[in-house]
Design a protein around this ligand. Structure first.
Ligand SMILES: Nc1ncnc2c1ncn2[C@@H]1O[C@H](COP(=O)(O)OP(=O)(O)OP(=O)(O)O)[C@@H](O)[C@H]1O
Length: 593
C-alpha cells in the first residue's frame, strides 16, 4: 500500500497566491469593497437617526418631525438592504473566480506531473485534494470570505462612528481589547494546526474507502473484509478525535469572545450613565453609543464563526497549492536534442529497491529506424518503453535521445519529441477539434489552424468521416453525443499524435489490436504516422516483428539477441524459440477457431 503524501504549501505561498489573485482582480475587489462600505454607512446611519429621535422626543417635538425621521430610517434600511445584496453578489462572483483559479491550477499541475510521481503518491491524497478540499475551499470563499469582509468592515466603521459620536465614551471599548487579542491569537494558531490535521485525516478516510472499493475483488477473494473494515474504522476514529479537538478549542474560545462583547456593553452603560448625569455627553450620543456597542457583538461573533470556515479553507488551499511544489521536470536548461537517435547504456532499473527489473540494458536505435521489442511476459518490455518516454528515470546508466539525457529534458519539451501510442483511444467529451488539439491546450501553445487539422485527418484517412458529420470539426462527440466508431477513434488518436509531430514514437500495445490482413485503413493510418520517425514497437504479438527493420529480444530484463527477423530465425536462438511457440499457438487457435 502506498502512503506517500503530496506536500503542503507554505503559508507564505498561500499569501502570495491570494495577493496575486487579488491584484489580478483589482477592479472587482474595489467595486465589492465600495458596495460593502456604502451598505455599512447606510447601516450605521440607523443608530444616529434613532438617537436623534430619542433626543427630539425628550426635548418635545412635532409629529411631523418624528414622521420625517422615521421615513429617513426606512429609506436608510432599504438602501442598506439593496447595497448589501449587490455587494454579496459581487463577493460570490469573486469567490467563484478564485475557486476556478485554484482548481484550474491544480488540474493543470496534476496532469503535468510525471507518471512516476502520480503512481507513487497516495491516491486518496491526490483524489481528496481535487474533491473534498476544493469543496471546502469553495464553501470558504463563497460564504466565509464575504461574511468576514462584511464583519471586518462593520466593526471598523462602527468604531469610527463611535469615535466620531463620542471620543470619550469610545475609549471604553479599549477594555475589551486585551482578552480579545490574546484569545484570538491563542485560538488561531491552534485551530489552524487542527484543521490541517483534520483534512489530512479525512483524506486518509477517503483513501481507505477508495482502496477497499478499488480492490473489492481481492478483498473478497482473500477474505479481507474484516481487516478492511477495521482499517477504515481506525482512520475514522482518528478523524473523529481531531474533530473533537477542534470543537474543544471552540468551547474554550467562545466564552472569551462573549466576555469581550459583554464587558464593554456593561461598562458603556455604567460609564456612559455617569457621563450623562455629569453633562459630559448628550442623550442622543449615549443612545447611539450603546447601540453601537451592541452592534459590535454581531460582527465579532460572525468573525469567529466564519473564521473557522476560513481556517478550514486556508488549510484546504495549502493542500491544493501544495501540489505546486512537486517538481514536474528535471533540468530545464538541457540543450535541445540533435536528431532522434536513441542510445541506452548499461541501464539498470527497478520499481522498488532490491527488485531490479532491467539488469544492464544496452541499446542503440538509429534515426528513422523501426525497432520491434519482443520477449516473454514480464521480461521488462513495457518498463523499457517507460524509460524511453521519460516516465521513469533509470536507476543507473544513461538513456539519451539526440545526445541529450532523456531525464534532463523538461516534460513538455519531451512530449513533442517522444510520444507513446497506446491501445487506449479515449474520446473526450467536446468537439472533434477539441479532441485533436488537446495536447496543444495543455502546453498553452497556439491553436492549430483548421487547414492543419484537415491535413492530419487526411493523413490518417479520417477526413471522410469528419466531413460526413453535420458540423464537421465542431461536431460534439463523446459522452452520449455523436458516436465515434472504434476504428475512427483509433484514427483520431493517431491524428492527435501527428499534430504533436514527435520524432520518436513508442508503441506499447498499440499494435496488439491491429489486424494485419483486415484493417487496411488503420494500417495505412499507422503508416502515415510512422513514416520518417524513429519507432520502438513493444510487441505482444510476434507477427509485428515482421514490420520492423530490426528486432530486439528481451529476456528477464536483459537483451538476449537483436538483429533482423530472418537472421535471428537462422541463428536458432531465443528469438527462434519465441517465434516457433507463437506460430504454433497461433496455428492452434486458428484451427480451434
Ligand atoms: N508499476 C510497477 N510497479 C512495480 N512493479 C512493476 C510495475 N510495472 C511492472 N512491474 C514489474 O516489472 C517486471 C517487468 O514488467 P513489464 O510490464 O515491463 O514486462 P513486459 O515484458 O512488458 O510484460 P507483458 O508482456 O506481460 O506486458 C514485472 O515483474 C512486473 O511485475
Amino acid at each position: 500500500m502506498n502512503t506517500n503524501r503530496l506536500p503542503l504549501a507554505e503559508r507564505r505561498q498561500v499569501r502570495l497566491w491570494t495577493r496575486d489573485f487579488l491584484s489580478a482582480s483589482k477592479g472587482q475587489v474595489a467595486t465589492m469593497v465600495v458596495l460593502f462600505l456604502l451598505a455599512l454607512v447606510a447601516d450605521l446611519l440607523g443608530p444616529q437617526l434613532l438617537g436623534h429621535l430619542v433626543e427630539s422626543v425628550e426635548d418635545g417635538t412635532t409629529a411631523t418631525r418624528v414622521d420625517l425621521i422615521a421615513l429617513a430610517f426606512v429609506g436608510v434600511l432599504l438602501a442598506q438592504t439593496l447595497l448589501g445584496r449587490l455587494a454579496r453578489m459581487r463577493a460570490v462572483v469573486l469567490g467563484e473566480k478564485a475557486l476556478a483559479h485554484a482548481r484550474g491550477g491544480y488540474v493543470r499541475k496534476v496532469v503535468g506531473l510525471p507518471m512516476s510521481t502520480v503512481e507513487s503518491v497516495d491516491p486518496g491524497d491526490l483524489l481528496s485534494r481535487s474533491t473534498a478540499d476544493v469543496e471546502k475551499l469553495g464553501e470558504s470563499v463563497r460564504f466565509a470570505l464575504p461574511e468576514i469582509l462584511m464583519a471586518l468592515l462593520t466593526a471598523a466603521l462602527t468604531i469610527v462612528a463611535m469615535v466620531l459620536t463620542s471620543p470619550l465614551l469610545a475609549l471604553v471599548m479599549l477594555i475589551s481589547l486585551p482578552p480579545l487579542v490574546i484569545g484570538v491569537r491563542w485560538y488561531r494558531r491552534r485551530a489552524a494546526r487542527a484543521y490541517e490535521r483534520l483534512l489530512a485525516d479525512w483524506a486518509e478516510v477517503q483513501a481507505s474507502m477508495h482502496e477497499t472499493a478499488h480492490g473489492a475483488e481481492t478483498v473478497e477473494a482473500l477474505g479481507l473484509a474484516e481487516r478492511r473494515i477495521a482499517h477504515g474504522a481506525r482512520a475514522l476514529a482518528r478523524a473523529e478525535r481531531t474533530q473533537r479537538h477542534t470543537v474543544n478549542l471552540q468551547t474554550w474560545f467562545l466564552p472569551v469572545l462573549d466576555l469581550s462583547t459583554f464587558v464593554p456593553l456593561a461598562a458603556m452603560l455604567l460609564i456612559g450613565g455617569v457621563a450623562y448625569i455629569n453633562g459630559l455627553v448628550g442623550l442622543a450620543a449615549l443612545t447611539a453609543m450603546v447601540l453601537y456597542v451592541e452592534r459590535l457583538a454581531d460582527p465579532l461573533a460572525e468573525l469567529v464563526e466564519w473564521m473557522d470556515e476560513l481556517q478550514l479553507g486556508n488549510a484546504a488551499l495549502r493542500r491544493i497549492l501544495g501540489v505546486e511544489q512537486v517538481p514536474t521536470e528535471s533540468g530545464t536548461g538541457a540543450p535541445l536534442p540533435e536528431g532522434s537517435a536513441l542510445a541506452l547504456r548499461d541501464i539498470h532499473f527497478g520499481y522498488r529497491p532490491g527488485a531490479e527489473v532491467l539488469h544492464g540494458v544496452d541499446l542503440d536505435v538509429a534515426e528513422g529506424e523501426f525497432l520491434v521489442v519482443v520477449g516473454p511476459s514480464g521480461s521488462g518490455k513495457s518498463t523499457l518503453a517507460k524509460l524511453i518516454t521519460g516516465t521513469y528515470a533509470p536507476g543507473s546508466g544513461t538513456a539519451t535521445v539526440g545526445g541529450v539525457p532523456i531525464a534532463d529534458i523538461p516534460a513538455e519539451r519531451l512530449r513533442s519529441r517522444i510520444a507513446m501510442v497506446t491501445q487506449e483511444q479515449h474520446i473526450f467529451a467536446g468537439t472533434i477539434r477539441d479532441n485533436l488539439t488537446l495536447g496543444d491546450e495543455l502546453d498553452g501553445a497556439q491553436a492549430e489552424s483548421d487547414e492543419r487539422l484537415w491535413d492530419v485527418l487526411r493523413a490518417v484517412e479520417a477526413d471522410g468521416w469528419v466531413r460526413s458529420c453535420r458540423n464537421g470539426l465542431d461536431t460534439e462527440v463523446g459522452s452520449g453525443r455523436t458516436q465515434v466508431p472504434p476504428a475512427v477513434a483509433q484514427q483520431l488518436a493517431l491524428a492527435r499524435i501527428l499534430l504533436v509531430d514527435p520524432r520518436v514514437l513508442v508503441l506499447d500495445e498499440a499494435t496488439s489490436e491491429m489486424d494485419l490482413s483486415a484493417s487496411r485503413r488503420i494500417e495505412r493510418s499507422f503508416a502515415a504516422l510512422l513514416g520518417g520517425r524513429t519507432v520502438i514497437a513493444i510487441a505482444h504479438r510476434m507477427d509485428i516483428a515482421l514490420l520492423g527493420d530490426r528486432v530486439l529480444v528481451l529476456d528477464d530484463g536483459r537483451v538476449a539477441e537483436h538483429g533482423r527477423h530472418d537472421d535471428l530465425l537462422a541463428a536458432d536462438g531465443r528469438y527462434a524459440d519465441l517465434w516457433k511457440s507463437w506460430t504454433t499457438a497461433a496455428d492452434r487457435s486458428a484451427v480451434g477457431g
